[in-house]
Unconditional design. Structure first.
Length: 228
């Protein structure tokens, strides 16, 4: 089970059951702590509704080739604006994905872009960001938590998605991460959003029909709703 007590309690709240996190934790199977858990406090500071952040992470294929996943995240809503996959990232490819991310979400009135000092973010990328009206905020060297929001989503993508699949190729991984991104934006409960998803979910009462489940990524995750 990949869910913790806060997320289970939030999911139950959506379905009309007002259950506390303490009650959920009481009935969960306990596992020995491994010291890898992290708090949310770092990721809830310095909120800026007009800020986006971007970063890469890698995923190995079944043939041991590395694929690069590029993620663009909106700070205010925690919404994934863009996720792209390539075996050979270039400045032009990265800049084009930034253009598409911003162009598809013009209503957000984006003003700032946080990124690290990776060489892929060169002059071409900087010119595109400037043309889009984005002021780049470049993080210090060896300081990944200065870009904490997108580092967190990269970790979530690994733990809840790519760690559980072995992609055959670029197209396969692209399909998987886009399906997860849609689930993340529309269905997955977030502590920082009061148990809601970036795209607000309908709140059900406990008398609006039976609970139904829809599988995501072949059953790796499930979406729970009330039957009409």
């Amino acid at each position: 089970m990949l869910w913790g007590a806060p997320r289970i309690a939030a999911e139950l709240k959506v379905l009309g059951h007002d259950v506390t996190e303490t009650t959920v934790a009481k009935y969960m199977v306990r596992h020995r702590p491994d010291g890898s858990s992290q708090t949310w406090s770092t990721f809830l500071r310095n909120h800026m509704s007009g800020t986006i952040a971007c970063d890469f992470f890698t995923v190995p294929t079944v043939a041991f080739r590395n694929l690069y996943v590029f993620v663009v995240l909106h700070h205010g809503s925690r919404k994934i604006l863009r996720v792209g996959v390539t075996e050979h990232p270039t400045a032009e490819w990265t800049a084009q994905h930034l253009v598409e991310a911003v162009g598809d979400h013009e209503a957000l009135n984006l003003t700032h872009l946080i990124r690290d000092r990776d060489k892929i973010f060169g002059d071409v990328f900087t010119r595109k960001a400037d043309a889009l009206g984005l002021e780049e905020v470049v993080t210090p060297k060896a300081s990944p938590w200065c870009n904490g929001y997108v580092e967190r989503i990269n970790g979530t993508l690994r733990r809840e998605c790519t760690d559980h699949i072995i992609p055959f190729d670029e197209r396969h991984l692209q399909r998987v991460v886009r399906e997860f991104a849609d689930y993340y934006n529309r269905e997955r409960c977030h502590q920082s959003l009061d148990g809601d998803a970036p795209v607000k979910r309908r709140r059900w009462s406990d008398v609006e029909g039976d609970v139904t489940a829809r599988r995501v990524l072949g059953g790796l995750h499930h979406v729970y709703t009330r039957a009409a």
